[in-house]
Write a protein that binds this ligand. Structure first.
Ligand code: ARG
Ligand code: ZN
Length: 876
């Protein structure tokens, strides 16, 4: 059954207080709930009380202290209905029984490595107890947890600990009270044998907050970075957005089995251990950066998500788009603003654009869904953040901040909509944003066609911009979007040309609102090179013909780092696409001198940020190349890109070797943005040097460099970078090193994930057979989402050359895996399906093979709603 935004009605009953008593037991946890309800005055007609309740056994129901007989309530199809309730306030009590040990879906209350934890967003609370499981019912929670003293010394829930004690029968209890009313999706409970790492944070108003990170004993020494990240995020939110923390304690718990990255439960975040635990020997620079970003993301939710929450799940981007924007800004300040911007634009272009052009395309505010878990997407999160960023660009930082303040002032303590957010921004700006809101209702990626006409006599440039947007399921005809287009002009020597109406004199922000619009630039002394869509100022595709010469000027001189990087990507893309065509016609692949020249300049650049150079050195992703093709040929894309890498490695061998030597960092590993950038650039050099030629063998002395780096690295970043090069260059040596790696790290689940990723991503022939064998390896389990993502998703979603084997073997494998996973964990099964949803993009043969798998999955008995929705949307 599909739920629609337009059918929203306010809740008939509100719940002022919820008292929970949870008596933990692996197979039979008893939950007693007392709900203090009252009719919602907004609903005029008297209605029955309807509570959600799923996958639980209902033992008892009482109304105002009187047990109800079987005829006085109805329980079934996920609902508990009490037809007759008093007109005024009343009290409902229920007792339910649940099975955390049998919960492999990891939604609701479940066991992970013997510890209890919860994941309630979006609709998991209904599997714990009967309750109106919708975010616009906000309640004050008091939770008593009863558990085994020996196996569960730690008992946690949201808010403040108000009582605890021993029950004398080998059990103890703890009572937590959360003073802030919250929707039930923000409820959390954790119980188990965990150790606590503590520190403090003093808010700018002088309150001291206790910070606790709870982990398994063996991970005690891996929490420093996460703790530092939390403190930085708390300070940053005060400085940038004026937001202080509100409770006296902030707790983070790391668990190994988690469907997503982390969860912002009030005062008690639950994290995938991947986003908490780090030591130089076990975590890479990317992991360090990810931890800092996710810790910050969940912390920022305390204001954008918890204090102000969503009215309904269609508004998910209200909290997620905004919080992603906030975490992006935080990371930009922690590492480097341009580097972060390039990373984020890459995510949009490589993955969100693809989602937006496929069968799962949906607006930032979806109009309907079958399973909300399928809509925790790149569109809601990342495009949602781009929409916020466009507001930031349009309003400017000060006005945007006033809009944020107004939003907090108006809606603190409420469950609101995206319209409420935009209204606060419009009021701060004093301008109408009605047209801008089309970003929330129209899916698809707008495509801009730009024409430049320069008139030397009139010293005038006319830019004509036309926008179109392909049809998507919610709207065939698109109305024009409203967006900021940041533009600069360079002269033939690469100097920035002064512009009228440009706040910083060289970048002008054009506002596009029509289907076709003309923009005049006056007083332009010579033919300009156009730097269009600076800083990726809108999430759109741009068609603007520029010669290799113009791209060369931008690559060398554009003061906008994003466009400087993008010019190199465009040049690379241009040559890659040309060579893919040649390759498809059986011609050998060649690398153009202009491209080599550009790369050589990067290698000799001693001024730019190494992290920036590392990104500029990288060729466009296979995904981004595929998006430029009418019919995607994944095998050709892989082969040509791979051959490019090998030829570049050969042509620039001495410069790469020199870069590799000079970028060596003296002293022990330390995580910092600068060092991470140097390592990325250095390992980028190594990867070019070790790129195996398609038909030929790699120079053994280069291979040895990789082996040597692997053996002598004092940190995981350098070890895994070298190992990855070796694994993709030489099967025999790679296999030997992988065995060594496994022997060393088999006790550490997060490092084992890396071992699986390397094998699943191996681009040498025969990977599928090795992946299949790994599914029965003792280090792999279908019950841990990180393991499934590392092995199955890495192969199916990133190893394009092999997953898309023309015989359909990769598709067949994925079909099997989805069928196997669905009964265990529907959320993960549905996510694994993503590569198959793109079937229309390929040639007829692959289309047929991919479709056949979707049909086979669709014909399974008792399929989850999660998988069914993705399959059905893909086929129709
Ligand atoms: N709100 C969490 C975050 O953005 C994501 C949790 C989503 N979980 C889910 N099962 N859908 O950090
Ligand atoms: Zn979030």
């Amino acid at each position: 059954k599909e739920t629609f935004l337009k059918e929203y009605t306010p809740p008939a009953y509100l719940v002022d207080r919820l008292d929970l008593r949870v008596e933990l037991d692996p197979q039979a946890t008893r939950v007693r709930a007392t709900l203090r309800c009252r009719p919602n005055t907004n609903t005029p007609v008297k209605q029955p009380l309807v509570l959600n309740g799923e996958q639980l056994e209902l033992v008892r129901v009482a109304l105002d202290g009187v047990e109800l007989s079987a005829t006085e309530f109805h329980f079934g199809d996920g609902l508990l209905t009490i037809a007759q309730v008093p007109d005024g306030p009343f009290m409902v009590e229920t007792e339910t029984r649940i099975n955390p040990a049998g919960n492999t879906a990891l939604e609701g209350l479940y066991l992970s490595s013997g510890n209890y934890c919860t994941q309630c967003e979006a609709e998991g609370f209904r599997t714990i107890t009967c309750f109106p499981d919708r975010p616009d019912v906000m309640t004050v929670f008091t939770t008593t947890i009863v558990g085994d003293t020996a196996s569960c010394p730690v008992l946690l829930s949201n808010g403040n600990l108000i009582d605890s004690g021993d029950l004398g029968d080998g059990r103890h209890y703890a009572t937590w009270h959360d003073p802030f009313p919250k929707p039930c999706y923000l409820f959390a409970l954790v119980a188990g044998d965990l150790v606590r790492i503590s520190d403090t944070f003093t808010t700018r108003s002088g309150r001291q907050i206790d910070l606790h990170i709870y982990v398994e004993e063996r991970n005690r020494n891996k929490c420093d970075h996460a703790m530092r990240a939390l403190q930085k995020a708390m300070r940053w939110d005060e400085l940038r957005f004026g937001r202080e923390y509100d409770l006296d304690t902030y707790m983070i718990v790391a668990v190994d089995d988690f469907n997503m990255g982390a969860m912002e439960n009030k005062g008690l975040n639950v994290f995938n251990s991947k986003y908490v635990l780090a030591l130089p020997e076990t975590a890479t620079d990317t992991d360090y950066e990810g931890i800092e970003g996710v810790i910050a993301h969940e912390y920022f939710h305390n204001w954008t998500g918890n204090r102000i929450t969503c009215r309904d799940w269609f508004q998910l981007s209200l909290k997620e788009g905004l919080t992603v924007f906030r975490d992006q800004e935080f990371t930009a300040d922690m590492i480097s603003r341009p580097v972060k911007r390039i990373q984020d634009a890459n995510i949009i272009r490589s993955f969100q654009f693809r989602e937006d052009s496929g069968p799962m395309a949906h607006p930032v505010r979806p109009p309907s869904f079958v399973e909300i878990n399928n809509f925790y997407t790149l569109t809601v999160y990342n495009k949602g953040a781009e929409v916020i960023r466009m507001l930031h660009t349009l309003l400017g930082p000060e006005t945007f901040r006033r809009g944020m303040d107004l939003y907090f002032e108006r809606h603190d303590g409420q469950a609101v909509t995206c319209d409420d957010f935009v209204a606060a921004m419009a009021d701060a700006w004093g301008k109408d944003l009605t047209q801008f809101k089309r970003w929330y209702s129209q899916a698809g990626t707008p495509e801009l066609t730009v024409r430049a006409d320069y008139d030397p006599a009139a010293r005038q440039l006319i830019l004509t911009v036309e926008q179109t947007c392909p049809p998507t399921r919610e709207s065939a005809e698109k109305l024009p979007f409203f967006m900021p287009l940041a533009v600069g002009l360079l002269d033939a020597q690469g100097r920035a040309m002064p512009l009228e109406n440009a706040p910083d004199a060289t970048t002008r922000v054009l506002i596009l609102s029509e289907a076709k619009q003309r923009f005049e630039f006056t007083n332009i002394a010579s033919t300009p090179t156009i730097s269009f869509l600076r800083n990726f100022s809108a999430p759109v595709k741009v068609r603007l013909d520029q010669s290799d010469e113009e791209l060369g000027v931008l690559m060398a001189h554009d003061p906008d780092p994003f466009n400087r990087w993008d010019a190199g990507q465009k040049l690379g893309l241009h040559h890659l696409l040309a060579q893919i065509e040649r390759h498809q016609q059986g011609q050998p692949v060649q690398v153009d001198d202009r491209l080599l020249h550009g790369l050589r300049n990067l290698l000799l650049d001693r001024d730019s940020d190494p992290a920036f150079l590392a990104m500029a050195m990288a060729l466009p992703s296979e995904n981004w190349i595929g998006q430029q093709m009418e019919v995607v040929d994944p095998v050709a894309i892989f082969a040509v890109r791979q051959q490019f890498r090998a030829l570049i490695g050969q042509a620039l061998r001495s410069e790469l070797l020199q870069g590799y030597e000079t970028l060596r960092i003296p002293g022990p590993y330390r995580y910092s943005a600068l060092d991470a950038g140097k390592r990325a650039l250095r390992n980028g050099c190594l990867a070019y040097l070790l790129a195996p030629p398609l038909d030929g063998v790699l120079d053994p002395c280069l291979l040895h460099k990789g082996v040597h780096q692997y053996r002598h690295a004092d940190n995981m970043t350098d070890a895994i970078a070298a190992l990855s090069c070796v694994v993709n260059a030489d099967l025999a040596t790679g296999t030997e090193l992988l065995a060594d790696f496994h022997a060393q790290w088999q006790h550490d689940p997060l490092v084992v994930d890396k071992w699986l990723i390397l094998q699943a991503g191996c681009t040498l022939p025969g990977t599928l057979d090795r992946v299949k064998a790994l599914t029965t390896h003792p280090s792999f389990t279908y019950k841990n989402p990180n393991k499934v993502r590392s092995l199955i998703a890495t192969f199916c979603a990133t190893n394009h050359g092999q997953f898309h084997a023309a015989d359909g073997s990769g598709y067949d494998f994925l079909g099997d895996q989805v069928c196997l996973l669905d009964p265990l964990n529907p959320q993960i099964a549905a996510r694994m399906l993503t590569p198959l949803t793109q079937w229309r993009r390929y040639d007829a043969g692959r289309q047929q093979l991919m479709r056949a798998q979707l049909e086979r999955i669709g014909s399974q008995r008792s399929l989850s709603d999660d998988v069914k929705e993705v399959v059905e949307r893909s086929l129709h």
